[in-house]
Design a protein around this ligand. Structure first.
Ligand SMILES: [Zn+2]
Length: 171
């Protein structure tokens, strides 16, 4: 008779109070890094990650914060509609793009620190364990690419660049 595998050995971590089997966790199978050359910019690279060899998330950003590099998940600028004409405006716009009406300032929702919430994540991890795994993989791939980029015959990765707006995230 075959012995059952030791279930405990497969259970490595707790996520939101539930034990999660190591084999069932999403694996990041590939990270692609496109360096951003502007030296003064806090935005250092655009990345894409592939999960389990079958799902890709693009437009991830590596940003240099005051405490080192951090990863910003893809996000979009939020907008709202002008009360007068219904035109769509970025939350920071002071006048309607369409009719020129003065818009109410500070109309964006505030985050817990009282800062205007101007961006919304498009894709993001829902627990800190996953966030940490993505962060580690992406930063380490970024550092490898950074070393490679110092070589004279370096060829940058082909990747089209999304907007280079840095979301208002704490590092
Ligand atoms: Zn308007």
């Amino acid at each position: 008779m075959r012995k059952k595998p030791d279930a405990k050995a497969l259970l490595s971590e707790t996520i939101d109070g539930k034990l999660l089997c190591e084999a069932k966790k999403m694996k990041i199978s590939e990270v692609r890094v496109k360096m951003v050359s502007n030296k003064d910019d806090r935005l250092k690279a655009f990345c894409s990650i592939t999960m389990d060899n079958e799902f890709v998330v693009r437009d991830i950003k590596v940003i240099e914060g005051t405490n080192g590099y951090f990863v910003a998940m893809p996000s979009r600028k939020m907008s709202d509609h002008c009360e007068k004409c219904g035109g769509k405006n970025h939350l920071r716009a002071r006048y309607c793009n369409n009719c020129g009406t003065a818009l109410q300032e500070n109309r964006a929702r505030k985050d817990f620190k009282g800062r205007m919430k101007l961006h919304a994540d498009i894709a993001h991890p829902i627990n800190s364990n996953c966030r940490r795994r993505i962060q580690e993989k992406v930063i380490s791939a970024f550092k490898e690419e950074l070393e490679k980029s110092k070589q004279p015959d370096y060829k940058p990765v082909e990747m089209d660049e999304p907007d280079d707006d840095i979301p208002e995230i704490v590092s």
